[in-house]
Design a binder for this molecule. Structure first.
Ligand SMILES: Cc1ncc(C[n+]2csc(CCOP(=O)(O)OP(=O)(O)O)c2C)c(N)n1
Ligand SMILES: CC(=O)[C@@H](O)[C@H](O)COP(=O)(O)O
Ligand SMILES: [Mg+2]
Length: 588
């Protein structure tokens, strides 16, 4: 009988003979490689925390002691040791195990938010709550990666944690030297200066233990027990290796094993090839633009390759800046670059722009800085769960004065919108597109006044306003409606902010408008059109289809879109249900 199958929870782990721990670690690694190779997920980060997680659950008595995981993508081993081994066959699948901590799954899980650099703030709050509730003796432990430590929030939290020597927080620094790629910036450089790193924290008044071999369970347990005994805020600096124990990951110098798609465990090679991704189309076009215009520079928040900037960085190494997991700084620094006469392109996942809204609003738009934001993973991403869907940008950004937003429908229009965006000199622009393959191009039947008419079938019964990548279900719906004798126009506004007068005029000529967007329905592009139509005294009924304003459980993108009511059938239904016209308000 193996060791792992005897572990039903941390108590079994604490009872285990230490001589069996290396075997347990080996079985956990084998399990991770086997399972994640089938489902996809965060293989590298979790292989790097096998011994660390074993030691944490042997030293601390969760869930009474709170163990927090920053970003949470490295919590698979934690899940395995807290009774969820059986769930890994359906990791990140609809109804299956989340790829991040989930309080619905277990009392051992607290933080579900996969946005980095937040764990220390939670820890600070939890420690304060312990004090105020008169509770003592329950540890607050936060596991933070070296990448997450480059986020400003982490230092805001440390500023508070270090100020209260009597309020112990145990900061477990999981230092593998990488975010995706090697972690950038001075913090990572200092951490690499073993053992001077201690001085780095001591300067803040934090105790420091380390560096500790993050794969030596006995050493880790000793360090964690020492930290627990100090009774004050302390950093335990653990040196780990991302992808440890899996040769393809250990030998690979790229970030390919941070998040993997299903792969052949023997070789580490993906099982399925993918088509031309939106990301790669953006990356290639930016290289073209970079060759044409020396004022174009690019910024990433520790996600150079995932956002498609790898090729640009290779060709123009001096014109790309990896600022760490620091989106707020990225945006304000981009505003500085713009004020210095350059045109920055800030490439982010849409969900992470939420964090830098004020910097976009005040540091960029208020100053009319020509910064282009390229938002990848806009709309439903799916498997990464509720905090990763890029569903808020079209709503949140509607209120930014002077901001222009484009939503390309295919690779060709992504290139066109990107070129138009970087040509804007009097304010910020956004180009947003979803995760995955861009698919074949979708030609327009006609383009007038900036509007791309994708299909027109005679009478102007229904106008379907197709935003970005929703063009395919919109055209599918139009075909079904036409087959039933409905006159349909499908239009792609191309730039959804500001709402164009031509689009309002087109809406005025139809009996019903249906807008379809891969973004939150509340306050999104459809709502903005409806508002502008009312302002223009155009009273054509408008039905807005979008993602409902709620957190979406994880699942495949297609599954989640279907559940959000964004299929062709939903569009047909919305276009055919009778309109019950409200009585016109009597104007006295
Ligand atoms: C605010 C934010 N920006 C970007 C990301 C994308 N992201 C996920 S994991 C990761 C790297 C994390 O590095 P580190 O904290 O060192 O953890 P490791 O993967 O090395 O264990 C990044 C940038 C994120 N989750 N949150
Ligand atoms: C945890 C995190 O934020 C990223 O690693 C994310 O999971 C990657 O998502 P993609 O797989 O869409 O690049
Ligand atoms: Mg790291």
């Amino acid at each position: 009988m193996g060791v792992l199958e005897t572990i039903t929870g941390p108590n079994d782990l604490r009872m285990l003979d230490t001589a069996r721990l290396p075997q347990l670690a080996e079985e956990i690694r084998h399990f991770l490689i086997t399972k994640v190779a089938r489902t996809g997920g965060h293989l590298g980060p979790n292989l790097g925390v096998v011994e660390l997680t074993i030691a944490l659950h042997r030293v601390f008595a969760a869930p009474q002691d709170r163990i927090l995981w920053d970003t949470g993508h490295q919590a698979y081993v934690h899940k395995m040791l807290t009774g969820r081994i059986a769930g890994f066959d359906r990791l990140r699948r609809r109804g299956g195990l989340s790829g991040y901590p989930s309080s619905a799954e277990s009392a051992y899980d607290l933080i579900e938010n996969s946005h980095a650099s937040t764990a220390l703030s939670y820890a600070d709050g939890l420690a304060k709550a312990e004090r105020l509730r008169g509770r003592h003796g329950r540890a607050v432990v936060a596991v933070v990666g070296d990448g997450a430590l480059t986020g400003g929030m982490a230092w805001e939290a440390l500023n508070n944690i270090a100020a209260a020597p009597d309020r112990p927080v145990i900061v477990v620094l999981n230092d593998n030297g990488r975010s995706y790629a090697p972690t950038s910036g001075a913090i990572a450089q200092r951490l690499a200066l073993r053992p001077a790193a201690g001085g780095f924290f001591a300067g803040l008044g934090l105790s420091y233990i380390g560096p500790v071999d993050g794969h030596d369970i006995a050493a880790l347990e000793a360090a964690l027990r020492e930290a627990a005994g100090l009774g004050c805020p302390v950093v335990v600096h653990c040196l780990t290796q991302k992808g440890r124990g899996y040769r393809p990951a250990e030998l690979d110098g790229t970030d390919r094993f941070h998040t993997v798609r299903p792969l052949d465990p023997a070789t580490g090679r993906p099982l399925h090839t993918t088509g031309r991704s939106w990301t790669s189309v953006f990356g290639e076009e930016l290289v073209e633009l970079g060759a044409e215009r020396t004022d174009i520079v690019a910024l990433t928040a520790a996600m150079l390759d995932p956002t498609g900037l790898g090729a640009f960085a290779a060709k123009f190494p001096d014109r790309v800046f990896d600022v760490g997991i620091a989106e707020q700084h990225a945006v304000a620094s981009a505003a500085g670059l713009a004020l210095g006469g350059l045109h920055p392109v800030v490439a982010l996942y849409a969900t992470f722009l939420n964090r830098a809204f004020d910097q976009l609003l005040m540091d960029t738009a208020l100053h009319r800085c020509p910064v282009t934001f390229v938002l990848d993973r806009a709309g439903v991403t799916g498997e990464d769960g509720p905090s990763h869907n890029g569903m808020w940008d079209l709503s949140v950004l509607q209120v930014v004065p002077g901001l222009r937003i484009a939503a390309p429908r295919d690779a060709r229009t992504l290139k066109d919108r990107l070129r138009e965006a970087v040509a804007v000199t009097d304010g910020p622009t956004v180009v947003r597109f979803p995760k995955g393959d861009a698919g074949p191009d979708i030609p327009a039947a006609a383009t007038t006044d900036g509007l791309a008419v994708l299909r027109r079938t005679g009478a102007e019964d229904v106008l379907i306003v197709s935003v970005g990548a929703m063009a395919r279900p919109c055209l599918e719906a139009a075909g079904q409606l036409a087959d039933h004798g409905k006159g349909v126009t499908v239009v792609d506004p191309q730039w959804v902010k500001p709402v164009s007068a031509a689009l309002i005029a087109l809406a005025a000529r139809h009996r019903l408008v249906v807008t379809v967007e891969d973004g939150c329905r509340a306050g999104g592009a459809g709502s903005a059109l409806a508002d502008e139509m009312r302002t223009a005294d155009v009273w054509t009924p408008v039905r807005t289809l979008g993602i409902p304003p709620r957190f979406l459980p994880h699942g495949k993108r297609a599954e989640v879109l279907l559940e959000c009511g964004l299929s062709a059938a939903d569009i047909v239904r919305s276009a055919t249900e009778p309109v019950v016209r409200p009585l016109p308000a009597m104007v006295g």
